[in-house]
Design a binder for this molecule. Structure first.
Ligand SMILES: Nc1ncnc2c1ncn2[C@@H]1O[C@H](COP(=O)(O)OP(=O)(O)O)[C@@H](O)[C@H]1O
Ligand SMILES: [Mg+2]
Length: 288
């Protein structure tokens, strides 16, 4: 059994057989491409004492944010939310036994769902009482967190790393437990920036201030960006897109992350289990 599947087994606690072709299911966020409504619930205590954080206000809630649902709830988004909750639970289990203050979400290639998972996971964790989360968009070549969370940022991580601007100056608050350091534009020389002393200093600082810092990381291929990030974080989640990522590539990506790999997420697998349960649940929900 290769390293990838050992890691997968460790992360999920279930036996995982190497796939013949594509990677099999572990944790699945299914059909998340639905509109999920979000209520701006005021709860918890302020994430940090950073003054003048810009607030995110949604007129239309972000598409794909399945971590919080509001009626009418579609079955697919309910299932996706449940998978996010499972992912959160497994992550918290891991955090009980190993130091994990910074976590990067990466994948072999782009388009596998890193941003989708990172944003939903960050949001889902922020729903825990007194659990402070910072989401950092570290994909400097293709930053998408602003689009996902509808943040109209003019500056972000690139200006912090390039000009030495204070990270607090580019900070946005999504809810009392969730802050975001966004990225904007397209940054060349991103590997150098992510490898520099400023990034290291930033991670050291924010790891002390938040319960978990999640980095929406660049892909591991074809450039070195994510590979320079891996040594700087405590752990990494590898996102694998079902029916898309070749198993060999996923294995290579897992091998690159080595001991930093705390788990894998198979994104977009077809729905298989417990359909009846969800239908039952939905029927009950709609009759209230
Ligand atoms: N499970 C899913 N169901 C439906 N659409 C998804 C799912 N995961 C990702 N997507 C969509 O696929 C595209 C790529 O996802 P994204 O998170 O931006 O990938 P990455 O960050 O790895 O480049 C986005 O349009 C996203 O909304
Ligand atoms: Mg992305």
């Amino acid at each position: 059994m290769g390293f990838f599947f050992q890691a997968l087994q460790r992360a999920t606690g279930i036996a995982a057989e190497p796939p013949k072709d594509r990677v099999r299911e572990t944790v699945t966020v299914q059909d998340a491409n639905v509109t999920a409504l979000l209520y701006p619930g005021e709860r918890g205590k302020p994430a940090t004492q950073v003054p003048n954080k810009r607030q995110v206000h949604w007129v239309v809630p972000p598409e794909n944010l399945v971590a919080v649902l509001h009626p009418p709830v579609m079955e697919s988004s309910l299932m996706a939310q449940e998978q996010c909750r499972i992912l959160r639970t497994r992550l918290l289990e891991i955090m009980r036994t190993r130091k994990l203050r910074s976590l990067m979400v990466s994948s072999a290639m782009s388009g596998e769902g890193k941003t989708m998972i990172a944003c939903n996971l960050a949001y889902m964790l922020s729903q825990l009482e007194d659990f402070r989360v910072l989401l950092v968009d570290a994909d400097l070549r293709r930053p998408q967190v602003v689009r996902f969370f509808q943040i109209e940022a003019a500056a972000g991580l690139p200006t912090v790393l390039t000009n030495g601007d204070a990270w607090e100056d580019v900070l946005w608050q999504v809810n009392p437990n969730l802050d975001v350091v966004p990225s904007v534009g397209h940054t060349e020389h991103s590997a150098e920036l992510l490898h520099g002393a400023r990034m290291e200093g930033l991670l050291r600082t924010v790891s002390e201030l938040y319960d978990l810092v999640i980095l929406d990381a660049p892909p591991l291929y074809p450039v070195a960006d994510a590979q320079v990030l891996a040594p700087q974080v405590d752990g990494a989640i590898l996102v694998v897109r079902a029916h898309s990522t070749p198993a060999e590539m996923a294995q290579q990506a897992a091998a690159l992350l080595q001991k930093k790999l705390v788990g894998t997420v198979l994104n977009g697998a077809e729905r298989i289990a417990h359909k009846g349960y969800y239908q039952h649940y939905l029927r009950r929900g709609s009759s209230r």
